[in-house]
Design a protein around this ligand. Sequence first.
Ligand code: ADP
Ligand code: MG
Length: 320
Amino acid sequence: MPGEFALIDRIRDRAGRRDDVVRGIGDDAAVLALPAGHELVVTCDTLVAGVHFPEETLPADIGYKALAVNLSDLAAMAAAPAWCTLAMTLPDSDDAWLDDFLDGFLALADEHGVSLVGGDTTAGPLTITVTAHGLVPAGQALLRSSARAGEDIWVTGTLGDAAGALAQWRQRGPASAKLRYRLDRPTPRVQAGVALRGLASAGIDVSDGLAADLGHVLAASGVGARVDLGRLPCSRTLADHFEENRRWELQLGGGDDYEICFTAPAANALAIEQAMAALDLPATVVGQLEAEPGLRLLTPEGGAWSPPATGYQHFQGGHA
Ligand code: ADP
Ligand code: MG
């Protein structure tokens, strides 16, 4: 079995290298050149086998998703991703597993021009931690705390597919490959995040379900919201597999969507639609921010609706 250093060599041989990487993998730490006038945006996410992905998930999908969830956080800050580090805890050293993992990880890194510049390699239960670094022109990061009452609430793409896949997987019944793909290969909305600079007021990526994540924006901004359930963007596949009430549960309380939920003044709606159309990414207004605190969910008939479950929380027994 290859040792730690052989694995690191294997990773270094395959990692791409941007011009602004002064020193990448191989020294005690990476040295990166920062462009003038920009702020560094840093995020870190851990995936634990059996908690964040089913144990039998393909290594290429684990590699892809480990980076995707971090790029999603950068996108929600309107940052352009630049560099990442990879801390891997592996049950054993297995070249074939590592190669497959890197296939998924580096394909996404290359797609977005992200260089893997360092990391750590240890033995133990399968756990992958990625730190991603992005750049944003000074002062232009999209925060959770700057939403204002009266603004529109937008969501990119569609919601609920990944939660639908997880629900099907838990029931061990018929499963949709399309939904499963959205769970295993979420698309980080990198270009959308950058395009929203100057147009959106506040943003967050939807990783824990829209209700929980929008709730963070509301709390940070000191506002409330009304969301119209009939406007929640839903894929045809999700509609084919789940009836309406169950869909709302999946869309609001599920998670793993990695879409961006953002707010913007109504005056920016046309410019936002044009920016998203240029990216071939649908974006939908799902409600409005209101001065009264709290999240009000309205059915198409105008009745109040309460979700049976809220977002996932570690140490709190997961879903209710
Ligand atoms: P140190 O003991 O100084 O932390 P390591 O032996 O852990 O050094 O790492 C050697 C080099 O390999 C460092 O540049 C480190 O960033 C890089 N590295 C280690 N593990 C990984 C990994 N899983 N992915 C990318 N780079 C890694
Ligand atoms: Mg180390």
